[in-house]
Design a protein around this ligand. Structure first.
Ligand SMILES: [Zn+2]
Length: 266
């Protein structure tokens, strides 16, 4: 047995969700039949979007101070996890973290009455939801993300493709001139204008100038690769920057297919 929050032990819930105003779940660790403290690990891959350090125990604390030393992580499906009352914090703000990475040690900081970890799950709107179903399973919707491309020869959007499958979006031989993708932030490089178009988030818009083929793509919080027209698949990319492996594509060469994986499902 293992836990998605505790490094060594199994989860023992000491206070459930929705007891009075409790919008998280309290955990201690059971190792060799005994309840104890433990290293706290990240539930899924993500980015540290908020943290608090240097906090002492204060059973009268309110607001953020009640969390004590705390780490909040954003995941690629748009959800957040939060780990409170830590004794120490081992990650930095904006650090990219991997599933299972140690982020701190269980403690008694903030509004706490004994060492434990307060664990929260929040949805894309940052609203706290019941974390119980997710303590040891994937966050919701992470496997429902789909994407599609605009086939510049057929002049139409091709069917949606699910992330993390062996499928890809595109028709080999037909260049792509648009990309639509759920939830994530992404942009494409317009081959005709020879420039990056603005970032788009989710499907409120699409990335591309339909009619102008694409020779580069960037997707935040994902691993992605492209297939070059009359060529092959390029290497997987998991960064977004101006370096050679910070985007997928070769400037001047049309892309005819795209494949995407989500980090927190690796
Ligand atoms: Zn709690």
């Amino acid at each position: 047995m293992s836990s998605r929050v505790l490094k060594r032990g199994i989860n023992i819930v000491t206070c459930k969700y929705n007891i009075l105003t409790h919008k998280g779940i309290d955990l201690v660790s059971r190792v060799n039949g005994r309840n104890t403290t433990d290293d706290i690990i990240t539930h899924s891959d993500g980015v540290v979007v908020w943290l608090q350090t240097g906090q002492k125990n204060n059973t009268k604390a309110t607001g953020n101070a009640s969390y004590g030393n705390c780490v909040k992580i954003k995941h690629s499906n748009g959800y957040y996890t939060l780990y409170a009352h830590l004794q120490d914090v081992k990650v930095k703000l904006n650090e990219k973290v991997s599933k299972g990475q140690v982020i701190g040690y269980m403690g008694n900081t903030g509004r706490s009455f004994g060492s434990h970890t307060h664990f929260e799950v929040r949805n894309e709107k940052d609203n706290r939801i019941n974390p119980t179903p997710y303590i040891d399973s994937e966050l919701p919707t992470a496997n429902k993300i789909t994407y599609q491309v605009y086939d510049n020869k057929k002049k139409k959007w091709l069917p949606n493709v699910k992330v993390n499958t062996n499928s890809y979006a595109g028709n080999f031989g037909n260049a792509v001139s648009g990309l639509k993708l759920d939830k994530l932030k992404y942009r494409v490089h317009d081959k005709i204008k020879n420039k990056w178009l603005p970032f788009v988030e989710g499907r409120t818009n699409y990335a591309g100038n339909l009619g102008n083929t694409v020779d580069g793509i960037q997707i935040e919080n994902a691993t992605y690769r492209v297939h070059i027209k009359n060529g092959g698949w390029l290497s997987w990319v998991s960064k977004v920057d101006n370096t050679n492996n910070g985007y997928a594509g070769i400037y001047g060469k049309e892309i005819d297919a795209i494949q995407i994986k989500k980090d927190n499902l690796k």
